[in-house]
Design a protein around this ligand. Sequence first.
Ligand SMILES: NC(=O)c1ccc[n+]([C@@H]2O[C@H](COP(=O)([O-])OP(=O)(O)OC[C@H]3O[C@@H](n4cnc5c(N)ncnc54)[C@H](O)[C@@H]3O)[C@@H](O)[C@H]2O)c1
Length: 334
Amino acid sequence: MALVGLGAIGVGAHLPALLRHPGVELTGLVDVDAARRARAAELVSGRLPTFASLDDLPAVDAVVVATPPWVTPVLARTVLERGGYVLVEKPVATSVEAATSILDLPPELLGRLQVGLTYRHDPAIARLRTWIEQRRLGDGPILVRAHIYDEVRDEADAAHLALIGTTLEHGSPALHEGSHVFDWLSHVLGGDGRLEDGWAVRTAADLAAPNLVGGRLSYPDGSQALVEFGWFTTALPPCELTFVGDAATVRLDGHTFDLTITGRDGEDVVRFEGERVPRSFDRQLDAFVGGIQSGSRRLSPTWEEGLRALAASEALDRRVRATPAGVDGGRWAR
Ligand SMILES: NC(=O)c1ccc[n+]([C@@H]2O[C@H](COP(=O)([O-])OP(=O)(O)OC[C@H]3O[C@@H](n4cnc5c(N)ncnc54)[C@H](O)[C@@H]3O)[C@@H](O)[C@H]2O)c1
């Protein structure tokens, strides 16, 4: 197996998971950036060859692609066309249009692509879905409040300022963070949401897109979701999701994925073993390896699920970027 993209999530989460997995033999590390290659080589004490391009890899039987979404679909296509299996980071592209035009491939090839909706594999999401299915929150629709805040703005960290600056040129936080959240919501609420409205605030003039954005979605069973995505302020509000039903309220801690359910009988906190990030990346990789070993024709989360999560993120991103200046923290725009 090979890893392409040796940036923050590539070396921070995928590489350790690949090195930990007993069923994985890692054969190469790829990045266009020489400094990134050198740093990754150092992390594995020079035990693995590094390459400047996916095209230089001698074998592409299975590849993890952890590159930005404006690069990912082209690399995924190369792997699939060369007969390999591929696990691609979310979002799968910057738009459904880009994703489907670049990955215009037959279903049997797309079945060998697993989308990196990493936290779908976490036991907390499975438990939440079970509680909702078992009506522990109540018989009627529920209200979801999703407060997704990340990426503290630190003027002393030039590399991070540049990364977030570039990322915002390709879309608001709704586009980049939305895939995970819209996937969880569809998964636990049993259907896709319809975007009803959106809002946006740009807290600094130098940002290419509004950095605080949100919207309201309605779900087939009448449930409503109020979602907020926020990046790049000096201090961030708590990152958490709350699910409010007639019989109980559940809080999902966005950092730990601890679940707190509060109902008539009081409060119960459910914690899962291990830390959220390595736990979910290990489980995601295990699903990828298991799918390959069993000769699966349809890895999960599927390409279609990746597209649906992207479509929801894109719809909100488009809505909030079109928000009139008067509502978009208006004074910067004038
Ligand atoms: N699953 C998750 O929880 C999670 C978390 C963070 C980021 N992500 C996603 O992972 C992706 C990467 O994010 P990041 O923060 O690691 O970004 P990053 O910029 O730190 O890393 C991306 C790396 O890809 C390399 N790259 C670019 N084009 C390439 C090419 N053609 N061939 C080989 N390498 C190439 C870059 O040089 C860079 O080292 C993004 O899509 C992001 O949304 C997912």
